[in-house]
Write a protein that binds this ligand. Sequence first.
Ligand SMILES: Cc1cc2nc3c(=O)[nH]c(=O)nc-3n(C[C@H](O)[C@H](O)[C@H](O)COP(=O)(O)OP(=O)(O)OC[C@H]3O[C@@H](n4cnc5c(N)ncnc54)[C@H](O)[C@@H]3O)c2cc1C
Ligand SMILES: *[C@@H]1O[C@H](CO)[C@@H](O)[C@H](O)[C@H]1NC(C)=O
Ligand SMILES: *[C@@H]1O[C@H](CO)[C@@H](O)[C@H](O)[C@H]1NC(C)=O
Ligand SMILES: *[C@@H]1O[C@H](CO)[C@@H](O)[C@H](O)[C@H]1NC(C)=O
Ligand SMILES: *[C@@H]1O[C@H](CO)[C@@H](O)[C@H](O)[C@H]1NC(C)=O
Ligand SMILES: *[C@@H]1O[C@H](CO)[C@@H](O)[C@H](O)[C@H]1NC(C)=O
Ligand SMILES: *[C@@H]1O[C@H](CO)[C@@H](O)[C@H](O)[C@H]1NC(C)=O
Ligand SMILES: *[C@@H]1O[C@H](CO)[C@@H](O)[C@H](O)[C@H]1NC(C)=O
Ligand SMILES: *[C@@H]1O[C@H](CO)[C@@H](O)[C@H](O)[C@H]1NC(C)=O
Ligand SMILES: *[C@@H]1O[C@H](CO)[C@@H](O)[C@H](O)[C@H]1NC(C)=O
Length: 541
Amino acid sequence: MGAPSPSLLTLALASSLAFIATSTLASGDEAAFIGCLIENSHPSYPIAPAIYTPENASYAPVLQAYIRNLRFNTSTTPKPRVIVTALHESHVQAAVICGRENSLQVKIRSGGHNYEGISYYSLSESPFFILDMFNLRTIEVDVANGTAWVQTGATLGELYYRIANESGGIYGFPGGVCPTVGVGGHLSGGGYGNMMRKHGLTVDHVVDALMVDVNGRILDRVAMGEDLFWAIRGGGGASFGVVLAYKVNLVRVPETVTVFRVARTLEQNATDVVYKWEQVAPHLDEDLFIRLIIDVVNSTTPQNGTAKTVRASFLALFLGNSTRLLSITNESFPELGLEPSDCTEMSWVESVLYWTSFPAGTPVEALLSRTPQVLNHFKRKSDYVKRPIPIEGLEYIFARMIELVKPILTFNPYGGKMAEIASTATPFPHRAGNLWKVQYAANWDEDGEEAAAYYIGLTRKLYEYMTPFVSKNPREAFLNYIDLDLGINRGDEAAYTEAMAYGVKYFKGNYKRLISIKTRVDPQNYFRNEQSIPILPRQRS
Ligand SMILES: Cc1cc2nc3c(=O)[nH]c(=O)nc-3n(C[C@H](O)[C@H](O)[C@H](O)COP(=O)(O)OP(=O)(O)OC[C@H]3O[C@@H](n4cnc5c(N)ncnc54)[C@H](O)[C@@H]3O)c2cc1C
Ligand SMILES: *[C@@H]1O[C@H](CO)[C@@H](O)[C@H](O)[C@H]1NC(C)=O
Ligand SMILES: *[C@@H]1O[C@H](CO)[C@@H](O)[C@H](O)[C@H]1NC(C)=O
Ligand SMILES: *[C@@H]1O[C@H](CO)[C@@H](O)[C@H](O)[C@H]1NC(C)=O
Ligand SMILES: *[C@@H]1O[C@H](CO)[C@@H](O)[C@H](O)[C@H]1NC(C)=O
Ligand SMILES: *[C@@H]1O[C@H](CO)[C@@H](O)[C@H](O)[C@H]1NC(C)=O
Ligand SMILES: *[C@@H]1O[C@H](CO)[C@@H](O)[C@H](O)[C@H]1NC(C)=O
Ligand SMILES: *[C@@H]1O[C@H](CO)[C@@H](O)[C@H](O)[C@H]1NC(C)=O
Ligand SMILES: *[C@@H]1O[C@H](CO)[C@@H](O)[C@H](O)[C@H]1NC(C)=O
Ligand SMILES: *[C@@H]1O[C@H](CO)[C@@H](O)[C@H](O)[C@H]1NC(C)=O
């Protein structure tokens, strides 16, 4: 690292003094942290324009720009002492070195879609800063080799757009369906999308990575070794370091894909159709992914007046044309009653827009927008199902849903490629033996603790009602659907025991290996958060 220029030192001094004068801090030393950042950055890549303290006018807008759950956009949500919006890889290195040196916890944020907001706020008392990755979003597509390097601050929409554009529609990537999700959290947490039955998870296509370790070094796959490379493909990057970029293998997509969305209410025999979906969806041709979304709506039968009913919506992506799709559904799932008029043919990249509910005809450039179409307050939980839920079970759950109204269930079918990959291949353990994953969701517009407690309570009730029908010992969960109800570690001596509660649910048999890698690469547990991988307890002498 070169010596800082005098003008940067002056800036640093000014900002330090301003900070000391106006803050009454119990612990952590921002001034020293900022001084260290400047000292540790190269004059060719000045870091001052990347540093925001509450004294900077744009601190609040920068903080809020990637808050994707409005539950955590309140004046009482704990705030970072500093935000570093890295403009260069060396800024990430400096942030890690200086954060450690000054005991300032790091919260790494890429797309900010973490369900519990823990990429930008902390439940612990200790001071923290945000390392914001959104400026680091270069994407290099190598069409000839069928690969791409993508920096973690890119969004999935940007990645999909660039792959489709540069390959002329030949390639796609099997990631999540929401275009504003960040690559950093999504890939490090083991992302999935609607091509999962054909191609597996995002992490099944990661072939290299660049990351900054706890010593501030930049490591590629060879330098980090196979253990650490394994861990950052589903174990959650934030427990191990800061991932700068991933290299991924692209997948071939057909010129024409087909989508549909059809819905059936209880009055339209939804229960029977859902029951049949349970039998077929995880076993269909792997070109066909039929997501099932179950919510509560007003009755469609006029004589039922204001009664509520359950609606089952079948949302599909088929990697082929509508003729072949209809021959599959007519043969294997006639109960759905799919008609040619329900089906729309389009390119793969257009299907990404369709799945995100953009109006038909929206230009594909909409994928480049970093602002979600809707922002609200929300709670999510997850489960796995290993045996079909009997008809009486469905009737029971639907009756409970009509009482609760708000929470929505989404079933994502597994099988296909998901069942062929070993559960130890990546930290993500939920492979063969799972029929589908359940997501519980409640979204609301009202601000405030009271509304949040009410809707979170409804979501937890539905999760309780589902207990007889889902996996047990452990009751499995998906890391990217992070749920702090499963346990929190407080970063002290009890962390190891506290972390067991959520660790085995997210990682099952892979959890032990994650702990041993973590203990080796970050023995002081600098990279920690509410649900990070703990280090082994120190041997008492
Ligand atoms: C609207 C919506 C739709 C979604 N759809 C899907 C879906 O289809 N499939 C799916 O699998 N998931 C889906 N998710 C979940 C999503 O994959 C996770 O929330 C994911 O972790 C978000 O990544 P992010 O970078 O946007 O989030 P962030 O909040 O920025 O980060 C999430 C976590 O990763 C850590 N992290 C972020 N960047 C880095 C980095 N560079 N290095 C190390 N650690 C890092 C953070 O510290 C945090 O712990 C969805 C979420 C939302 C809100
Ligand atoms: C924030 O303010 C400090 C002190 O004035 C300055 O050094 C820094 O560059 C500002 N940050 C940005 C991003 O402008
Ligand atoms: C977040 O809160 C701030 C301050 O109250 C507000 O100005 C902003 O609009 C909020 N963001 C969203 C997306 O509602
Ligand atoms: C494929 O990648 C290798 C190295 O990653 C590169 O040397 C080669 O030029 C690439 N091939 C093509 C056809 O671009
Ligand atoms: C790629 O994007 C450019 C605009 O950036 C556009 O002119 C071109 O038609 C696109 N190509 C394809 C194959 O989508
Ligand atoms: C529901 O099922 C009944 C009995 O099988 C059948 O008569 C009826 O036509 C079905 N209704 C719809 C809307 O499919
Ligand atoms: C559902 O019915 C309620 C009255 O019971 C009404 O207030 C509401 O607007 C209806 N919702 C829709 C989407 O029609
Ligand atoms: C609606 O009415 C029909 C008969 O008209 C009845 O079978 C059905 O159970 C009712 N549904 C609800 C949700 O009340
Ligand atoms: C649909 O796809 C099948 C095989 O994938 C092909 O044989 C058939 O010609 C296609 N039909 C149309 C109308 O494109
Ligand atoms: C499938 O069934 C529908 C409805 O009965 C019919 O319109 C369509 O032609 C059938 N398609 C195939 C490929 O069998």
